[in-house]
Design a protein around this ligand. Structure first.
Ligand SMILES: Cc1cc2nc3c(=O)[nH]c(=O)nc-3n(C[C@H](O)[C@H](O)[C@H](O)COP(=O)(O)O)c2cc1C
Ligand SMILES: CCCCCCCCCCC(=O)C(=O)O
Length: 292
């Protein structure tokens, strides 16, 4: 049981933010008694993160054209005590990251993949991240592949990147994560908060619905829970905390969110998480309707 419904979202390459990388993030998550979702594109390995501290961890998966690689990493995560697989469904190709291309982004090595495929990438004068993703990610990924994923693991599977009611209730998996990938994939994809309620209604409690995107304050956590999320995940603020002060910085980010959530609950008259209800928030549409 985690202390607050606030998880660490999978974000790639933590050594870009701090030399200790994902190990520092994992230790912070463990000391805050929360769950870290380790990115497939981590700089520290699945094993290093598992050995760094005692905590519940999930493993995020990108499905590669080379299914043997995806399967191998899932098996390693399973062997090292990760408790669930989060399959990211919104990145069959990487969105066009113009800043990365312009800046000729050079991503550090993905050490999980050493010995499985060449991690040296020719960027063609642009971003090596973009080049690597287009060589490796399976752009034909679809729902039928979830049967394959189920066949290779006994861990619960959550699908990340759901933005419609249809996808939410059609997944047949163990959990749904409403997310637009931090608006990094497709311009004009809806804000994840704007679709949370319709997805949660469609799922109707059959599996947990998690949420990410723009959680910056405890009030944001509260709003997401009121609109149907069981828990939220936090992406950028964790990376900012890591860059600022390593493990301690990540811990501080999670603590601030927890404290703010607690204050929000108290002021909204909610003694428990379960007491947070739909009637605690008013959407912009509802506000406008109230004038009519
Ligand atoms: C720098 C960065 C790296 C990310 N890497 C991954 C990744 O490896 N796998 C993944 O599923 N999502 C990735 N995401 C998306 C996050 O999991 C999450 O959906 C998003 O950041 C949530 O929004 P927030 O940053 O506003 O909290 C990344 C996001 C950022 C900002
Ligand atoms: C040269 C190795 C880098 C390969 C990275 C491939 C894609 C990473 C995508 C991470 C992500 O989801 C995000 O940045 O968003």
């Amino acid at each position: 049981m985690i202390e607050a419904p606030i998880l660490v979202a999978p974000t790639g390459m933590h050594r870009l933010a701090h030399p200790e990388g994902e190990v520092a993030t994992a230790r912070a998550a463990a000391s805050c008694n929360t769950i870290m979702v380790l990115s497939f594109t981590s700089n520290c390995t699945i094993e290093e993160v598992a050995a760094s501290c005692d905590a519940v961890r999930f493993f995020q998966l990108y499905v590669y054209k080379r299914r043997d690689i995806a399967a191998e990493l899932v098996k390693r995560a399973e062997r090292h005590g990760y408790k669930a697989v989060v399959v990211t469904g919104d990145t069959p190709r990487l969105g066009r990251r113009e800043a990365d291309i312009k800046n000729k982004m050079v991503a550090p090595r993905l050490r999980n993949l050493e010995g499985l495929l060449s991690v040296e990438v020719e960027s063609g004068g642009g971003s090596n991240l973009q080049a690597f993703a287009s060589q490796t990610h399976d752009d034909s990924l679809s729902w039928k592949d979830m049967a394959w994923l189920k066949s290779i693991t006994s861990l619960p599977i959550l699908i990340k990147g759901v933005l419609t009611a249809e996808d939410g209730c059609g997944s047949g998996l163990n959990g749904v994560i409403v997310s637009n990938h931090g608006a990094r994939q497709l311009d004009y994809a809806p804000a994840s908060l704007s679709v949370l309620e319709e997805v949660a209604e469609a799922v109707a409690g059959s599996v947990p619905v998690l949420f990410d995107g723009g959680i910056r304050r405890g009030t944001d956590v509260f709003k997401a829970l009121a609109l149907g999320a069981k828990a939220v995940m936090v992406g950028r603020p964790v990376v900012f905390g890591l860059a600022a002060k390593g493990e301690q910085g990540v811990r501080r980010v999670v603590e601030i969110l927890k404290d703010e959530l607690e204050l929000t609950m108290t002021l909204a008259g909610c003694p428990t998480i379960d007491a947070i209800s739909r009637s605690h928030v008013r959407t912009e549409q509802e506000r406008l309707r109230s004038f009519m």
